[in-house]
Design a protein around this ligand. Structure first.
Ligand code: GLN
Length: 493
């Protein structure tokens, strides 16, 4: 096996045993990048020199017999909305094109402290608003499983980088599905933790009521390892809970699902979604049964039906106020004009892309008198109803299986121009976000044509270990996804 094919756990173990060095691991990642980045376009900024320097520092510590951390020498990639000291952080937007933060996001500090080595900042939809990683200043990222298709979004660069073997772990952010969807589309694993589990300090906000730092990897074990590194109390983020986290890796000791109650989404008829994904969901339910669980079909009438509308009202309102700070004075790009108001208008018109402008305008409307009472207020009430629906579900069930998306990864350029179609693709991820629940996007193998299948496993709030355990039982039955060498599927046939 080549170094780039190993998981983070395997890489860390091999480095500890001195089978190869941290520098070898990081160089192997950059070699993959050199080979495929020209076509995949997963990264906005590559920090090779810094990464190699850090890897050799770690090698020095290991050779002196020091403990360099549980992830010592493991390369990783972070979405370009994580602040990184001295490394520009663009959010894929003209407005922050040249912005260099003077501090690190807490999650970056925690990964570094665990010994992981940051290689690059990954592509995303501008300000994490999107589901396909097509709305970007560097252009779309291509899905490494089939270069004609989108990688999902908004953490599409992070997911593509992990699938293509640049690094075994990446950090993304998930507000309404932005890690679960790209993990599903790129054929890897992704976890959106419970709201409050991981500090968001230093993540450029899209919707603070929902944003969560979320890891992507090619194994459930690596998701647990990443959680051990990043999920901890942080006085810099008051929404990050102060409790002592469990050792997430212990969840992997779960051998079967005996005694577990598992619900399977039953709100759609087979023909309402992609047939292969419907089969994957049914198969996941059957596998839970084989592993000893009691499995029953469950419909959540409120959450799936009203999720998309509730999410977009909440998220756009929040986003319009969060993005108010980009005024041409405090941050980034400025386009002057004869008056202060002209300067604001010129700067914001020239520097935000079409989708971000649409969301700011809609969100601003939603917060005005009248709209607030008719849309924003009701959305908050529906959100409470959804939370109640989930609460009563999880009184009885340990986990809930549902799809990550109603469709397979689609062809580049096909949905980008129709925002409503794009938003509807979030139907299965946004309810879990609105509930503040943990959700894992688990790979369920591939179609005969080579496209990834997946299932989403959601659990009760703070049941992150439980969903990791259940996912690990299923992963052992399915096999974990391997690195792919990016190609166009038609050409491969
Ligand atoms: N696709 C959703 C949106 O565009 C989710 C994005 C995200 O989770 N950051 O809002």
């Amino acid at each position: 096996m080549e170094i780039y094919e190993l998981t983070a756990a395997e890489t860390a173990r091999a480095i500890k045993k001195r089978e190869f060095s941290a520098s070898d691991a990081v160089k192997a990642g950059f070699a993959r990048m050199a080979k495929y980045e020209g076509v995949v376009n997963a990264c906005i900024t590559i920090i090779e020199e810094d990464a190699l320097k850090r890897a050799s520092e770690i090698d020095g510590r290991i050779s002196r017999g020091e403990d360099a951390g549980p992830l010592a020498g493991v390369p990783y990639i972070a979405k370009d909305n994580f602040c990184t000291r001295g490394v520009r952080t663009t959010c894929s937007s003209r407005i922050l094109e040249n912005w260099v933060p003077n501090y690190n996001a807490s999650a970056i500090n925690y990964m570094n402290k665990a010994g992981a080595v940051l290689m690059a900042k990954a592509n995303l939809d501008e300000f994490a608003m999107g589901s396909s990683t097509e709305n970007s200043i560097i252009g779309p990222t291509k899905n490494p499983r089939d270069l004609n298709r989108v990688p999902g979004g908004s953490s599409g660069g992070s997911a593509a980088a992990v699938a293509a073997g640049y690094a075994p772990i990446a950090l993304g952010s998930d507000t309404g599905g932005s890690v679960r969807l790209p993990a599903a589309f790129c054929g890897i694993q992704g976890l959106k933790p419970s709201y409050g589990e991981v500090s968001r300090y230093g993540i450029v906000a899209y919707c603070s009521a929902l944003d969560q730092v979320s890891p992507l990897a090619r194994s459930v074990e690596d998701l647990a390892l990443a959680m051990e590194a990043i999920a901890r109390p942080d006085p810099n983020d008051t929404t990050c809970d102060a409790y002592d986290r469990p050792k997430f890796g212990d969840a992997l000791a779960m051998r079967d699902l005996k005694g577990k109650n598992i619900g399977v989404f039953a709100g759609f008829e087979a023909e309402q979604m992609d047939a292969d994904l419907y089969k994957a969901l049914t198969r996941a339910g059957d596998m839970c049964r084989e592993a000893g669980a009691s499995v029953r079909p469950i419909d959540l009438p409120i959450s799936v039906k009203y999720g998309v509308a509730t999410y977009y009202v909440t998220a756009l309102a929040d986003a319009s106020s969060k993005l108010g700070c980009y005024d041409g004075i405090r941050y980034g790009t400025r386009v002057d004009g004869p008056t202060l108001t002209d300067m604001y208008v010129n700067t914001r018109t020239a520097s935000f892309g079409e989708e971000v402008r649409r969301r700011i305008i809609l969100g601003t409307c939603l917060l005005t008198e009248g709209f607030y009472q008719n849309y924003y207020g009701p959305a908050l009430k529906v959100r409470t109803k959804m939370a109640e629906e989930f609460e009563s579900l999880f009184e009885e069930y340990d986990a809930y299986l549902l799809p990550n998306a109603p469709s397979m990864p689609y062809l580049l350029g096909t949905k980008e121009t129709d925002p409503n179609r794009m938003y509807l693709g979030d139907v299965f991820t946004v309810p879990i976000s609105l509930g503040g629940l943990p959700g894992i996007s688990l790979n369920m193998g591939f179609t005969d044509g080579g496209l990834p299948l997946s299932v989403q496993i959601a659990g009760p709030r703070y049941g992150d270990s439980k969903v990791l355990g259940i996912a690990s039982v299923l992963e052992r039955m399915i096999g974990r996804p391997a690195v792919c060498s990016p190609k166009k599927l038609e050409e491969a046939a």
